[in-house]
Design a protein around this ligand. Sequence first.
Ligand code: PRP
Ligand code: GLN
Ligand code: MG
Length: 507
Amino acid sequence: MCGIVGIVGHSYVNQGIYDALTVLQHRGQDAAGIVTCDGDRLYLRKDNGMVRDVFRTRHMRRLVGNMGIGHVRYPTAGSSSSAEAQPFYVNSPYGITLAHNGNLTNAEELAEHIFRADLRHINTTSDSEVLLNVFAHELQSRGKLQPEADDIFDAVAAVHKRVEGAYAVVAMITGYGILAFRDPHGIRPVCFGRKDTPQGPEYMVASESVALSSLGFHLVRDLAPGEAIYITAEGEMCTRQCAESPSLHPCIFEQVYLARPDSIIDGISVYKARLRMGEKLAEKVEREWPDHDIDVVIPIPDTSRTSALQMANHLGVKFREGFIKNRYIGRTFIMPGQHQRKKSVRQKLNPIELEFQGKNVLLVDDSIVRGTTCNEIIQMAREAGARKVYFASAAPAVKFPNVYGIDMPAARELIAHDRTTDEICELIGADRLIYQDLADLVETCREGNPAVESFDCSVFNGEYLAGNITLDYLSELEARRSDDAKGSSEKKQALADNEIIDLHNTN
Ligand SMILES: O=P(O)(O)OC[C@H]1O[C@H](OP(=O)(O)OP(=O)(O)O)[C@H](O)[C@@H]1O
Ligand SMILES: NC(=O)CC[C@H](N)C(=O)O
Ligand SMILES: [Mg+2]
């Protein structure tokens, strides 16, 4: 779940893209990049790190031009080397740069085919570089000296036929315009907005609507599954459906954890969906535990705050901020290694002891994935003097790997995989554990937009709608990307860090 952004404006877009990336920082903390286009020249800056660290004033000054795209990365394929920071670039045809949120499930076959049949060289292990080369090949094969919107949309249609998995993409065609498209299952989000200026309209595409509103663009709508939008450098905009049988199955984990609460995704206010998650969870407690003895509801900051607040309201129990978050530490779940994630929970959250002493506390989190957070937090609550520590998750048990852009590659790393709720409860050291039911979670999200008939719930139910996800695929993914596997490839990554073969990257 990286963050993508693209702007076509009437003045330099560097600051706007930078600002949008800071708003999307919660979607990826590993690397950031911006490429801008001025006439027929591109200017690129990308590196590992948070947005504020990657772009210094000197870089910003050199990112000139009235259109550009940007990316914040949370790796789900390849390595976390700076060589795989995005946007990626190919020089032919026209010069194309591309940034991608999602994960291709047939990247290996495609890479092989691109080399053998399309005679294109891929220099990294990133699936996004593969995607760029498939698109470039398809656009090149239209054979036009000057591409028009229909040529570009035809190339997207051909990409949809070759590529499997999840992809929300923004790409820039040097000198011509900016393109964005969404996979035919609409798994990862992407929306577009417009701002009217005295010089004419400006357009922006982004992973989440919050990036648009914070830059003064109004949300026009989400891209439909399979749909593409093309905005020329002159500011003309058109859209086209490029997939043969599109159907919308947005990732439900965006609503649970990934997205900011102030975003609206596929017509669903994330904030309201999270409020409803809290309400449903409270109803479950009332149903299954009518004589509960909870004294206080305490959220695990940040993401669970909205659900926990509503849960407490509904139960008629006090809501208290029992953990204070160090605002300078990012999200722990999207950090690359288990050691770092574990250490960060303690650095990030600190208890206010008086809220725990002698009380039966209900700790509420949005989800339990590896169990890193709840393990530490329950221990901290006990150390702070809690009498009983109950734990509730606004999402159901995460039991299956994700293959669509969330880095959960190994079932055995998931605390709920092959375990009952009682077993998990014991393992995390809670006095009671309550999970949301999947049907309830789906209802809380659908209520926001009943037109969304189905969600990608694969991490909860193991049903993979896009791509051919076999047991072999999953075990191969686990072997390649589990924490152990990533650890052993660290040395290779360090070497790769010095191997960017790309546009001149501003130092
Ligand atoms: O079971 P785990 O593997 O620990 O994963 C789940 C936890 O990770 C996330 O928090 P994170 O710190 O990433 O972000 P937040 O501050 O937005 O809650 C999520 O909100 C849960 O708290
Ligand atoms: N989280 C994502 O969307 C990742 C995009 C891409 N698969 C990468 O690893 O760079
Ligand atoms: Mg959290």
